[in-house]
Ligand binder design. Structure first.
Ligand code: CU
Length: 113
């Protein structure tokens, strides 16, 4: 019984010792994701797009005309030619509405949690 108790105590100590190290060893980057918003037919899809802080949003222009992704002060892709991509790393929480500067009816939103 004493041996068993000692073994259990030893195991618990090992688990307690290993756990914090294991958590600390997980880099924040490994959990961040990348999402793609397709621009096609003068529409952003998907929109709204929900991501987490640290995630990357990639916009891909599949149209035959240029567009922009203009989120006012948060981000601005400037001219995005057909076939091009542009990305933005979501660093702040919030609802980020954006539009195309060339086509004001093209509206989109990224929600960062
Ligand atoms: Cu446009």
């Amino acid at each position: 019984m004493q041996m068993h108790t000692r073994l259990m105590t030893g195991l618990l100590t090992s688990v307690l010792f290993i756990s914090p190290v294991g958590l600390a060893a997980v880099p924040a980057k490994s959990t961040s994701r990348s999402y793609t918003v397709t621009i096609k037919g003068l529409e952003f899809n998907p929109s709204p797009l929900t991501v987490a802080r640290g995630d990357t949003v990639v916009w891909r222009n599949m149209d035959i005309v240029p567009h922009t992704i203009n989120g006012k002060s948060a981000f601005d892709s400037k001219n995005l030619a057909p076939g091009q991509t542009w990305h933005w790393v979501a660093k702040k929480k919030g609802h980020f509405k954006y539009a195309c500067a060339y086509h004001p009816t093209m509206l989109g939103e990224v929600v960062v949690n």
